[in-house]
Design a protein around this ligand. Sequence first.
Ligand code: N01
Length: 501
Amino acid sequence: MHGKATQGQAGTSSRFGTKGPRVVIIGSGVSGILAGVKLLERGWRDFVVLEKAETLGGTWRDNVYPGVACDVPAHVYVYSFAPNPAWKTRYAKGPDIWRYYHDVAKRHGVLDHIEYGKNVVHAGFDGVRWTVQTADGSNYEADVVIGAPGRLRDPKMPDIPGMDSFAGPSFHTARWDTSVSIKGKRVCLIGAGSSGVQILSAVARDVAQITQFQRTPQWVMPVADEAVPWWKRLLFRLRPSVLRRTYRQMLDFSNERGALAFESKQARAARDKMCSDALLRIRDPELRAKLTPDYDVGCKRLVMSETWFEEVQRPNVSIVTEAIERIEPTGVRTKDGVLHECDVLIYATGFDAHAYIRPMRLTGEDGITLDQVWADLPLTYRSVSIPHMPNFFMLNGPSSPGGSASIIGIVETQWDYIAQLLDRIAADGVLIAPREESAKAWLETVRERARNSVWSTGGCQSWYLDHTGTPAYDAVSLPQLQASLAAPVMDDFEVRAISTQ
Ligand code: N01
């Protein structure tokens, strides 16, 4: 079968009651909330969202460091069904983004379905249904499981000798200790990616000294954060359909510029020039040399900031490029023997970008485990489904696009595809899993595309690359993703009736 299944309604199969199939959603971040809203929209009310933390969210709950903001334009970083005319600036701050997602979850009735403190450790399939187990010993039966645990989720701590010996407060950016004030303090900041740049830009003027340990310089794209004037916000409220759509399209276009760099030489050249020209704002040639990357723009994920170019030149900011030897009680000692003293030590060292749904364990049909299916690589079909794992779907799973589009657009596109499979499940009471050979063929196509992308050819190391050195992300733009996920090719799936014998 090729083409859209019919739009499903609750109870289309006699297998399921009027509330639709029983669904477990894992995670209450932007993907999990989306899944909840969409299930309710289709009348599937029998679902639970399992959230391991005590409050809703993922990225925007966990990242509360000073200056945390989203570098995707705010009007794009929203669900298509819930535009927000109230954004006051072009780029939204972390706490405002969290409030937006909380508000959507509340308005759409998803909050009532969330259970907190539920860390999923295993999901097992018995031939008919899934049983999802949480660390506290609870079990949840499900006809369908949606994995939405997020991708840049688990902080990656470096392995530096003496880390435990530091006498002052020390923490990762995604585990910010809000009880610690860094005002007037001497701060050591390890890492110079998006988080490190945002923190330095936000705190440099408030701290006594900030020493940033930069192993590799990053390309920084100067993007100004403009206020959205009151009359525009009013206009958006008064003319919701036309004006919001127009604005959204405009921002979608600018957001896609990054993706165009995959395809268009001119777009890439313009972007490269913007980044290299911006470095000329660094007045001290020695500092500029330290901050100038020797790899292609876009090889690592671009950092976006306007303020960084000035903040990094403050007299109380030091950029240390000497390698770190060890951490000592009073600071960070580099290999040249210098001890960089500080009161607070911050690890802006990024995330384990390749765990996906692990460390959660999966046992699928015939006892086949996720570890077996993913022994070589995280094998999925179109990022949303896994061979031997029937009626288990993922949002923002392995080999999803990265760095090229708003994650919201990506997960909405993936949801629309999954929804067509859910329609089939509901209508015919079937189990659907991708064929292993289809998944392998698809993954090879994605990896080939990624090998030809700047992530691979650009001459850098980054979290895009997996243990084989191949980018684990699909180098496609949002429109390309939308085209490829328009309708499931059902021949690529094994579809079988649920047998209750
Ligand atoms: O992490 P990163 P991040 N010794 O992995 C360094 C998203 N995000 O949290 O480059 C010394 O980019 C490492 O050095 P190197 C966004 O997608 C979005 O900043 O590996 N240094 C690097 O400098 C982003 O890309 C927003 O040589 C060590 C840094 O730590 C992603 O999250 C805001 C080290 C890690 O940089 C991750 O960003 C923030 C060691 N042992 C984040 N180990 C938005 O605005 C690591 N490093 C949407």
